[in-house]
Every structure is written in structure tokens, then in C-alpha cells.
Design a protein around this ligand. Structure first.
Ligand code: BGC
Length: 495
């Protein structure tokens, strides 16, 4: 008993300041997942192959535990159970993604899968029947392998293919879905998948492939937004945004060089995507630095592609709200790092984390709650107080984590306290918060070695049993009371 009470007491002391604010009445809470990470049913109902199906089956050694998402949480067969668990959390909305190859098995718009339509219709209808708003991400990393065979996000042709896919989703589900997120985490897609070998499709083309990918992600987002604006908005009255991720980059010192390095991280990591979408074209500092470095590296033209004037106009303003994903913070100091060429090398920053920052199961996901507040304030200033919906934030637990997830509770309480301060003290326009994740799931290249969920999923059990962790009860209490209650007696939830 003593062992379980102690951490709770320390948590209470740590949260005192700021935790007594309340979230506004119209503030919405939700939880998130993504298709490949939870659905399973990888070829059920005639589903096509995605890059993750292809990579995990062909190169299982690229995944930490050699696993794949063939079954994952089996949500393809568990709509009712998932909805019951969402209802128990009392969340306002559920953020999930549509699997492009489940809906369009060939990847292209020549054939729409009846089973795909059935699955997402059923999910959406049942969510609404249970008072939970569906929030849909069109693309959360599972591009059809047929399109990857053409170069995936590095081939400009994807802009039209993505537009076709988006139009079909708006047409099929837009009568009921009112919040759309076009693309999840462009930096991760492009840097980790095309720049590096951290996620599929493992291109390893830093500073070249990643910039080509980014260019087409931005154009694809704008294409989908404009399709919605011109063809659907009048009738469907929904909103379209994009989810961009960023850590906070804290200057290592007050020197001009370190402050510039940290600011350049913001501009060339986060602004890489948001500057074109909100202000038009790439951030000037990114244009300047990549052009200069490219010249010095003897490239005949800049590695960062150019938008035409027409494209700049078409892209600018294609955002109704900003979806923000955030997990941790880094210190940034001026200097040269990373492979040549690469985004980090172009930025001119050296990043590190302080050893005293508390670690989680993912080494770099350290607990630095104040970083989220600083990021929110930066966004407010840089993007004229744009509406922000936090679309992901959460804690990485180890594979052997149990339902007694005290650290996750600490993470949520601390990070949400910073959100409260940003709302009340900094007057940031934040309208919602989404916890990652609803349940433990397939963590990409880390396989099943990490747990982010509020529901524990037993991956060894063919039934993929879900059990609420303690954090589920704490989150439910926050959702209902709109307050953080650090004195919540968790013992009553134990049995
Ligand atoms: C992604 C999720 C992922 C989470 C934790 C985000 O980058 O959108 O799919 O599971 O981080 O790593």
C-alpha cells in the first residue's frame, strides 16, 4: 500500500501552482489513435497493402521486436468495445485516422472498398449515437504501397492522388464528420521516413528526399483543404486543419547565437510546414540557409524546392485550426551537427536534453512540462493567436508497464497544468486537448515495446483484452470536472 501512496503524494506537491485554474466550459477533451496502430485486419475486406504492411512483412528486422500491425489492437473487429471504453472516459471527441488502403485498396480512386466504407460508417455512426464527436485524420502514415512504388511523398503525383482520396472521404463521411485533419506530423513523415531510417519507407535521404517529401505534403494538404472549401464546406459546414508536431527548443544561453539557433529550430522544423500554410512560402530564414548551404555543398540548385507564385497563393490560408502534437523539450545551442546534407545541419543547431529531466520509456521523451507552455506562447505570437487544438500529448510507458501508471498521471497533470496557464495567464486560444493514446498500440518501429495508452492492451491475449489504467480514471475526472484534482484518491479505483 505504502508503495502506491507515496508517488501520489509527491505528485500533489509538484502540481500546486497553476493547477487550480479551470478549463473553459467549451474546452473539449478527447483521445487519439491511428489506423495502422490499432486496426489490424490488415487484409480483411480486401484492404490494400500500406507501406507499413509491406515494410513489416518484408523487413521485420527493421522493427525492434520484429512485430507488425497485422492484428494490433484488433479494432477492426472491436468497434463496440472501443466505443464502450471511450464512453467510460466521457470524452467529447475521438480522434482516429482512416486507412487510405482500406478505403481505396488499389491506392487510387478507381475502386472504393465497400467494406472500408462499411467499417468507417459503422464507427462514425456509433460514435455519434454515443455522443462522441468523430475527429478524423485523413493520413496518419499508412500510404498505399502502390503509391510508394512510385516514390510516395517524394513524387509530385501524390498531390492529385491525395486530393482524390480526400474528396472521397469528404463525400462519404462529411455529412457527419465536422473536424478534419489532413495530415499527421509532416516532419516525422518526411524526416523520419524519407530523410532518415526511423520509420517507413526508410529512404535515408536526409536534406534532399525529406525536403521533396515536405514540399508535396504541403501541396497535398492545400489541395485537400481547397477541395473541401470549394466543393463541400457550403453544405457540410465542417473545418479542416493539419496536425504539425514540435518539441520546444530552449536556448542554451542568453547569447544571440543560441537564441537564434533555437528560433531557427522553430522556423525550420515547425515553420517549415506552417509558414507556407499560414503566412505563405517557406520561412525566409529556411530559404536563405538551405540555399546558401546547397551552394556551398556544390548542388546546382537549392535542395529546398520552390513554390510558384500561384502555389503560394493557393497554399496560404488553408487552415481553420492548428492541430499541435507535442511530447518533449530540447536545449538548443548554436553549432553544426548532423549529416551533410540534412535539416538539422541546415538549421545550425546542436540539441541536447538535461540529464535531470525525468525520463520515460522513450529516451528522448523526457518530462519538461514548461516547454509546452513556451511552445503555445510562441505559436500565439508567431501565428497571430491562431486557434490551437492539441491533437497529441502523452507519456511513453515500458512494455512491462501495468495499470498502475502513476508516471502517466503525473505527466498529464503536469502538462495540462501548463495548458491551463497558457489559457489563463498567456491568453492563448486553445480549444481542445487530445491524449495520446486511448489505448496501448503498435508503436511503429518500436513495435509493442512501448505503451502510451490509458487502456492496457494485452497483446499476448488473442482477445486483445483492454483494461483501464489508473490514468483513465484521472483523465475521466478531468474531462468531467474541467479541473485537475491532484488529491484524487486513486485507491478507490484499484479494484
Ligand atoms: C505519432 C503517433 C505516435 C506517437 C508516440 C506521434 O509522433 O503521431 O503515431 O504513436 O507520436 O510516438
Amino acid at each position: 500500500m505504502l508503495l502506491t501512496t507515496l508517488p501520489v503524494i509527491s505528485v500533489i506537491i509538484a502540481f500546486a501552482a497553476g493547477a487550480d485554474y479551470k478549463f473553459p466550459n467549451n474546452f473539449k477533451f478527447g483521445v487519439a489513435t491511428a489506423s495502422y496502430q490499432i486496426e489490424g485486419g490488415w487484409k480483411d475486406g480486401g484492404k490494400g497493402e500500406s507501406i507499413w504492411d509491406y515494410q513489416t512483412h518484408t523487413f521485420p528486422n527493421r522493427i525492434l521486436d520484429g512485430s507488425n500491425g497485422d492484428i494490433a489492437c484488433d479494432s477492426y473487429n472491436k468497434i463496440d468495445e472501443d466505443i464502450r471504453n471511450l464512453k467510460a472516459l466521457k470524452v467529447d471527441f475521438y480522434r482516429f485516422s482512416i486507412s487510405w488502403p482500406r478505403l481505396l485498396p488499389s491506392g487510387f480512386a478507381n475502386e472504393i472498398s465497400e467494406d472500408g466504407v462499411r467499417y468507417y460508417n459503422e464507427l462514425i455512426d456509433k460514435l455519434i449515437a454515443n455522443g462522441i464527436e468523430p475527429m478524423v485524420t485523413l493520413y496518419h502514415w499508412d500510404v498505399p504501397q502502390s503509391i510508394e512504388n512510385l516514390g510516395g511523398w517524394t513524387n509530385r503525383a501524390i498531390v492529385d492522388y491525395f486530393g482524390d482520396y480526400a474528396r472521397i472521404c469528404f463525400k462519404l463521411f462529411g455529412d457527419r464528420v465536422k473536424t478534419w485533419i489532413t495530415i499527421n506530423e509532416p516532419y516525422s513523415i518526411c524526416e523520419y521516413g524519407y530523410g532518415n531510417v526511423i520509420t517507413a519507407p526508410y529512404y535515408n535521404s536526409t536534406g534532399i528526399g525529406s525536403y521533396a517529401c515536405g514540399h508535396h505534403v504541403i501541396l497535398s494538404h492545400a489541395k485537400a483543404y481547397n477541395i473541401y472549401a470549394f466543393e463541400f464546406r457550403f453544405k457540410q459546414r465542417g473545418r479542416v486543419g493539419i496536425t504539425v508536431e514540435s518539441s520546444w527548443w530552449e536556448p542554451d544561453s542568453n547569447s544571440k547565437e543560441d537564441r537564434t539557433a533555437a528560433e531557427n529550430m522553430m522556423q525550420m522544423y515547425f515553420g517549415w510546414f506552417l509558414h507556407p500554410i499560414i503566412k505563405g512560402d517557406y520561412p525566409p530564414v529556411m530559404r536563405l540557409r538551405v540555399d546558401k548551404k546547397s551552394r556551398e555543398q556544390h548542388f546546382p540548385r537549392s535542395r529546398l524546392p520552390r513554390f510558384t507564385i500561384k502555389e503560394i497563393i493557393e497554399i496560404k490560408g488553408t487552415i481553420d485550426f492548428l492541430g499541435l502534437n507535442h511530447y518533449t523539450t530540447f536545449m538548443a545551442k548554436s553549432g553544426t551537427d548532423g549529416p551533410v546534407p540534412s535539416n538539422i545541419n541546415d538549421v545550425g543547431a546542436i540539441l541536447y536534453q538535461k540529464p535531470e529531466w525525468k525520463q520515460s520509456a522513450r529516451e528522448v521523451f523526457r518530462l519538461v512540462p514548461w516547454g509546452l507552455r513556451k511552445l503555445l506562447v510562441w505559436v500565439k505570437k508567431e501565428y497571430r493567436n491562431i486557434e490551437v487544438l492539441i491533437t497529441e500529448n502523452g507519456y511513453a510507458g515500458k512494455e512491462d508497464e501495468t495499470t498502475n501508471d502513476i508516471e502517466r498521471i503525473e505527466y498529464y497533470n503536469l502538462y495540462l497544468t501548463e495548458v491551463l496557464k497558457a489559457i489563463h495567464e498567456d491568453k492563448c486560444k486553445i480549444t481542445g486537448y487530445t491524449a495520446w493514446s486511448f489505448m496501448d498500440n503498435y508503436e511503429w518501429t518500436d513495435g509493442y515495446t512501448m505503451r502510451f495508452g490509458m487502456y492496457y492492451v494485452d497483446f499476448k491475449d488473442p482477445n486483445r483484452t483492454r483494461t483501464p489504467k489508473k490514468s483513465a480514471f484521472v483523465y475521466q475526472n478531468i474531462v468531467v470536472t474541467k479541473k485537475i484534482d491532484t488529491s484524487l484518491d486513486l485507491h478507490e479505483f484499484l479494484h
